[in-house]
Every structure is written in structure tokens, then in C-alpha cells.
Design a binder for this molecule. Structure first.
Ligand code: ZN
Length: 353
């Protein structure tokens, strides 16, 4: 590798953990300063050095759409909303949902919309992953009992989408908690749960990957930035997770998260048009290195202007002929093609002189 490329990478970012265990990786990526999270510079470097991942159906890049299900019941849902919401359902072509608003036994509200997300995605030929909290009523951010979601789970499976675990506030640092939540979700899910994302993107690089691996997850997709859309370690390719205590590679794939809807609203205060414009540029730069674009869109933001923003992003991905994959499909594809090993071979052979 030429010096100027090396310098470019040095300017790039920190927490470049993936390659840190290789001698060359250490030379390249340790002690980095002046972090730039806004470019997938490691992926671009790998691409320029011969890494050219391919995807099913001859697609040139991949997109993993996901939904963290934090809230299913909208608090303070009363008054004028109780009239406006069913009218909107009627307008959108959901008369049964509209009728449910007037049924005394129905819990329905605008956030109980996973059926609508599934309908929309099926229509767009998109599959996605839904990560569910599996909490007890006394726990922080409890919103629903997973036991009550069996028909929803069935719908997700029928649409070929995925059910994953959305670890609660305490899970990212506790094997006991991860296992407890996994067991509860698995007891109610009709298919094996193999994917994970922690609530609030809480993550500890020194332990979370190891704990998830011990709980037998296939992949994690938590590793991203909450406060800015981007590439936390310069990667828009999945990579093998690393155990920092034992200094070994783990049989767990990280599919780094690039974009979260809440970032635009709660951290950046951008409007939907600004967000869409920025995300489209990111999609283009991920596609340019045949990468994997990952996006988290919460179900409670599948409504109104932000719902439209999500749909515009999906349209852009479709126009660029993305391969849409669930996290599970992505991880299986990546592992089957041995792409992690290929990336590592390239890194081992780069000339750092
Ligand atoms: Zn969450």
C-alpha cells in the first residue's frame, strides 16, 4: 500500500477493531486520531485492493432494513387522535384497522402497525428484520408482552422477514440477561432467533460481542453511531467480531449499523428532506464499493412525514437495484462466501512501507 493511502487511513477513524489483531492492522489502524465517521474508508480501501463482494441475483450491493420495536402502544392516545387515526387508516386502505379503533376490546393505535410495514415492504419486494424487546413489566422501557405477539410473528415469518432480539438496557453487558430475554422471545417465536441489536445502541466493545457469541447468536447489528449517520469503524462490510479479552476472533458476524431514523430527529434536528438527501448519498457510496447499507427505522416513525422519508429511501435503494436481505440472510451469505477471510487476506498482504 502506498504511503498516501496509509496516511488517508490514518486520518480515518478510531475503534477500527476488526483488523487490530493483525500485525499490519495494528500498524495501520492503532492510535488513530481525527476520526472521520462519515466515509466507509476501510471498505473503500479493501475494494480498491481487490475485494469485490457479489450478491444474489447479480445485485451490486445489499441493503438490510430493520425495525426496532420499542413501542407498540402509543401513550396518551385519546381525543382528536382517536378520530384522526381511523380516518387515516381508511384513507390508506385499511378499513378493518379503522373499525378496530371503535371496538371496546381492541388495543389498536397508530403504533401497532407492523402489519402495515409488512404490507408495504411486501409490495416493494423488501424483506426486513424486526427486533423485539423481551422485557418484564417492571423493567425500563417495557411496552408489550412478547407472549401477545404470536400472530404478528406469524405474519413476519410468512413475509420471509426476520424476528430478532432487541436487547434491553441491561442486556449488552450481561450474559444472564441476554439469555433470559432470548429464551422468552424464542419461546414465542415460530423460528430460531439468531440476530441481535441492543436498545439505545448500547454496546461495550470489550464484552458485548463475546456475550452474544456465547449466547449463540449468528450476528449482531448494534455497532453504529447514535448521534450521526455514518461508519463507526470505516466499514460498510460485515466483519468478524473480536473477543478483546482472549484476543481471538468470535464466530459472530457484525453487520455494522449505518443509519438510524432517531439520529435525524433527536440528535441532529434535521427535517425529513435533509435526512433523505444525506442518506441517498450514503447509499451511493456504499453501492460504489459493493457494500451493505444498513438502516434502522422504528415502527413509530413509519407514520407521517418520517414515514414518507423511509419510503423515499427504499425507493432509492430499489432504483439502484439493491439486494434486500434480512440480517440472517446477509450473515449466511457473507459466511458462505468467506468474505471475512478474503478481507483479512487483503489486509495481511498490504504493503505498509
Ligand atoms: Zn430500542
Amino acid at each position: 500500500m502506498k504511503k498516501e493511502v496509509y496516511q488517508k487511513i490514518r486520518r480515518g477513524g478510531h475503534e477500527l477493531l476488526h483488523f487490530a489483531h493483525h500485525h499490519e492492522g495494528r500498524i495501520l489502524f492503532n492510535d488513530l486520531s481525527g476520526a472521520d465517521y462519515t466515509k466507509p474508508f476501510i471498505s473503500h480501501f479493501l475494494y480498491q485492493n481487490g475485494f469485490k463482494p457479489i450478491y444474489p441475483q447479480g445485485r451490486k450491493f445489499a441493503v438490510c432494513v430493520s425495525h426496532d420495536i420499542d413501542i407498540l402502544v402509543q401513550p396518551n392516545f385519546f381525543g382528536w387522535q382517536k378520530i384522526k387515526a381511523p380516518l387515516r387508516e381508511l384513507w390508506e386502505g385499511y378499513p378493518l384497522r379503522a373499525a378496530n379503533y371503535f371496538s371496546a376490546s381492541s388495543q389498536i393505535n397508530p403504533y401497532q402497525n407492523l402489519d402495515k410495514i409488512l404490507d408495504y415492504e411486501a409490495h416493494q419486494e423488501v424483506v426486513s428484520a424486526f427486533y423485539f424487546l423481551a422485557l418484564q413489566p417492571h423493567e425500563e422501557d417495557f411496552s408489550y408482552h412478547v407472549e401477545s405477539l404470536q400472530s404478528t410473528f406469524q405474519q413476519i415469518v410468512e413475509k420471509k422477514s426476520e424476528i430478532g432480539l432487541h436487547g434491553g438496557h441491561q442486556a449488552f453487558k450481561s450474559l444472564e440477561k441476554i439469555k433470559e430475554e432470548l429464551i422468552l422471545l424464542q419461546r414465542n417465536a415460530p423460528v430460531p432467533v439468531v440476530g441481535y441489536r441492543n436498545h439505545f445502541l448500547r454496546f461495550d466493545t470489550t464484552c458485548t460481542w463475546s456475550l452474544l457469541s456465547e449466547a449463540n447468536f449468528l450476528y449482531d447489528t448494534t455497532y453504529g453511531l447514535a448521534d450521526f449517520p455514518g461508519y463507526r469503524n470505516g466499514m460498510c462490510y460485515p466483519y468478524q467480531a473480536w473477543d478483546h479479552k482472549k484476543n481471538i476472533e468470535l464466530p459472530l458476524l457484525e453487520i455494522p449499523l449505518l443509519v438510524m431514523d432517531a439520529t435525524f430527529i433527536y440528535y441532529l434536528n434535521w427535517n425529513p428532506a435533509q435526512a433523505v438527501e444525506y442518506v441517498m448519498k450514503m447509499i451511493d457510496e456504499v453501492a460504489a464499493c459493493q457494500g451493505v447499507f444498513t438502516i434502522l427505522w422504528h415502527n413509530n416513525l413509519f407514520i407521517g412525514e418520517w414515514g414518507k422519508a423511509f419510503k423515499r429511501i427504499i425507493t432509492h435503494c430499489r432504483k439502484k437495484e439493491a439486494w434486500f436481505a434480512t440480517g440472517k440472510q446477509m450473515a449466511e451469505w457473507w459466511n458462505e462466501k468467506q468474505y471475512t477471510q478474503k478481507c483479512q487476506e487483503i489486509m495481511e498482504n498490504v504493503n505498509t512501507d
